[in-house]
Design a binder for this molecule. Structure first.
Ligand code: PHE
Length: 343
């Protein structure tokens, strides 16, 4: 019997020494298996209990239990310490030093094109217009067909674009929004639609294959050319100052009748003639006209009851005039030295 007791106590001493060396939770788990597992040393010693007399058994049993409890408690304690230590190490490793100085790149500013769009939209919002938006990838029928530009129409040559397939293209004008809006809304309609448009033009100082327009559309009973002229005159004065006048020149757009091109008093010379306006005193900024009766009926609006006007403002040209920019390419190059000037 004393043999068994001794080997239990010896096992305990060995355990105590070994556990001192433990450095991580893996090693602790290995020790648990080695001593307390099914094939562990303690279990092996206890197998010998069968050879004991019934008198000896309780006494040895008690020692065995004490040793097991001792081992279990000790292991748990050490495992907990190791876990705490390991997680604090982990936190230490993952620490972020928020006091590190960083390089300040400077606050950005609104792009001059967006400034112009905002300025123009603000003016029309003040006149009671709402703002609409539509897709840049557009169906042929909205960009051309329902605007009275059928296949083979010469306007398709001057507005050549990028085709996704036979029916889908990158829109060449925001005028398709006239159709989309009239299909969806009953008059009275009073809306402007800013957006990007595309044409397969080469890039030079005044042309870009991607540019911006703002479409305006008003449809109601009794809308006249006089309303169009009044609205555009107000717009010109609000944007470029009280001395700005507008000049209408007869023109042709398939979807308006009559149609006009609208010039504004040159913002550079005030109308006397200079390099910017090529000595004209005027600068062309938009196209406009009375919505063609066929376009109204294409959208289910009775042209005998309703009439309307539409206009399309070139944003780039307006922005260039408004902010004194002499090359359209500057607007797309995103050179900070240029953009910084608009802070
Ligand atoms: N969409 C025409 C263009 O891009 C401009 C326009 C708009 C003309 C609305 C009349 C009415 O040239």
């Amino acid at each position: 019997m004393s043999d068994m007791k001794e080997s239990l106590l010896a096992l305990r001493d060995r355990f105590d020494k070994e556990i001192e060396q433990i450095k991580d939770s893996d090693a602790a788990e290995k020790m648990r298996v080695a001593y307390l597992g099914k094939k562990g040393s303690l279990t092996q010693v206890l197998r010998g209990m069968g050879g004991l007399t019934p008198e000896e058994r309780p006494e040895v049993g008690k020692v065995a239990n004490d040793v097991r409890t001792h081992m279990e408690e000790f292991l748990e304690q050490v495992t907990n310490q190791i876990k705490t230590f390991e997680s604090s190490k982990k936190l230490e490793r993952e620490k972020i030093d928020v006091t590190l100085p960083y390089k300040f790149n400077g606050a950005g500013a609104r792009h001059p094109l967006n400034m112009a769009i905002n300025e123009i939209c603000d003016i029309f919002l003040g006149l009671g217009y709402s703002i609409g938006e539509g897709p840049e990838v557009e169906y042929d029928k909205y960009n051309f067909e329902l605007l009275r530009i059928p296949e083979g129409h010469p306007a398709r040559d001057t507005q050549d674009t990028f085709y996704i397939n036979d029916n889908i293209l990158l829109r060449t004008q925001t005028s398709g929004m006239q159709i989309r809006i009239m299909e969806q809304t009953k008059p009275p309609i009073k809306v402007i639609c800013p957006g990007k448009v595309y044409r397969s033009d080469a890039l030079d100082s005044t042309h870009s294959p991607v540019f911006h327009q703002i479409e305006g559309l008003v449809v109601d009973k009794g809308v006249t050319m006089g309303d169009l002229v009044g609205s555009l005159r107000l717009f010109a004065k609000k944007l470029f100052g009280d001395n700005t006048e507008i000049r209408l020149r007869p023109h042709h757009f398939p979807f308006t009748e009559p149609s006009v091109e609208v010039d504004l008093t040159c913002w550079s010379c005030g109308g006397c003639g200079c390099r910017v306006c090529k000595n004209e005193g005027w600068i062309e900024v938009l196209g406009a006209g009375m919505v063609h009766p066929e376009v109204l009926s294409n959208c289910g609006i009775d042209p005998e009851v309703y009439s309307g006007f539409a206009f399309g403002i070139g944003v780039e040209r307006t922005a260039m005039g408004r902010y004194g920019i002499d090359d359209i390419r500057l607007l797309y190059e995103n050179d900070v030295r240029f953009l910084e000037q608009f802070k």
